[in-house]
Design a protein around this ligand. Structure first.
Ligand SMILES: [Ca+2]
Ligand SMILES: [Ca+2]
Length: 332
């Protein structure tokens, strides 16, 4: 490689930290070296070296490449020998489960750590975080492997993509020269009532002011094949109904339009079709509730709009919000 500079951009150490107390690292890629080691600080010039640490502690492994003109580039990584990070798993609530702000959310967390053995649940912290678009606000913090998080009813008034985050954290005990390691696991949970003006993905619809109770915005211009993706994904455990808050349609026939619920894609499995009835006028709102079953598991939920005989051929109805009914993941 004489005359050609070899940079380290993108180079990754392959941390083979598996066994305690012995651990190893590998540079992981061929890097031809022309000079033998002359510096006692250099452990290896092998292009794919392996080093075994025989004592516990925190070490920095450094890789340096020198080209034929003497230019060098280095990259280092910190290796903790003698400790492995704990594993934190939130078993309750399920990812994507539904709740309403003001509800209490039961939780259950399983923590394992190879060095700590039996984990002291008093050292496990579970926090409810208000997820708001791309950031979060931490609210209640509870210590324990099981318990209940209380949410704040007023949080429902936040606009935008608002959801809940249950965050569980455990810091292990470390040991002497070995520092403690922390693991955090999170699940996102979804509001049962979804203001559809805040969907992040849709096709063919628009938003306008609503004169419905509570004000704000609604979605309209619903035509055949138009769709919106509810801000999820969702797990519909303990959900048994879906309510649409609507106005408009053809009052003379009583027909507005149909909503198809597709799983995971606009043309994904059809999980339900809901025929929305017309209201007396575009400014008269009604809540229309339909039975819904839990398909099981975590899914993206697409609402696809279809025309119905006797209804409008476009602008089927206005949709202010949708709401899932049932206990969801909240405490009774
Ligand atoms: Ca550990
Ligand atoms: Ca709305």
């Amino acid at each position: 490689m004489a005359g050609r500079r070899r940079g380290l951009a993108g180079h990754q150490f392959q941390d083979r930290l598996v066994l305690q107390p012995l651990s190893a690292w590998s540079a992981g890629a061929a890097a031809p070296v022309e000079a033998p080691p002359v510096d006692p600080r250099i452990d290896s010039v092998d292009p794919d070296p392996v080093h075994v640490y025989t004592t516990t502690g925190v070490f920095t492994a450094k890789l340096t490449v020198t080209d034929s003109s003497g230019k060098t580039d280095s990259k280092s990584t910190v290796i903790t020998v003698g400790n492995t990070a704990p594993t934190v798993k939130i078993t309750v609530p399920v990812e994507g489960g539904t709740f309403a702000f003001g509800d209490s959310i039961p939780f259950s967390v399983t923590v394992t750590d190879p060095e700590d053995g039996v984990v002291d649940c008093a050292r496990v912290h579970v926090t409810f975080v208000l997820g708001h678009d791309t950031h979060g606000h931490a609210e209640e913090d509870v210590a324990g492997c099981t318990g209940v998080l209380h949410t704040v009813a007023d949080d429902a008034s936040h606009g935008g993509n608002v959801f809940g985050v249950v965050s569980a954290t455990y810091t292990d005990r470390g040991d002497g020269s070995v520092p403690a390691l922390t693991t955090t696991e999170q699940v996102q949970i979804r509001q049962q009532k979804q203001e559809v003006e805040f969907v992040l993905e849709q096709s063919g619809t628009n938003t306008s002011s609503t004169v419905d109770v509570g004000g704000g915005l609604q979605r309209g211009s619903l035509g055949n094949g138009d769709w919106l993706l509810l801000n999820g994904p969702f797990n519909l455990i303990a959900v048994d109904s879906l309510t649409f808050r609507v106005s408009g349609g053809t009052a003379a026939t009583g027909v507005a339009g149909a909503v198809e619920l597709h799983l995971d894609a606009v043309d994904g499995p059809l999980h339900g079709t809901f025929n929305v009835a017309a209201t007396a006028s575009a400014t008269t709102y009604a809540s229309q509730t339909f039975p819904l079953t839990d398909p099981g598991g975590l899914h993206k939920l697409y609402l696809v709009f279809r025309s119905l005989t006797g209804g409008p051929t476009n602008n089927f109805f206005n949709l202010n919000w949708v709401e899932f009914g049932g206990q969801g993941i909240s405490a009774p």
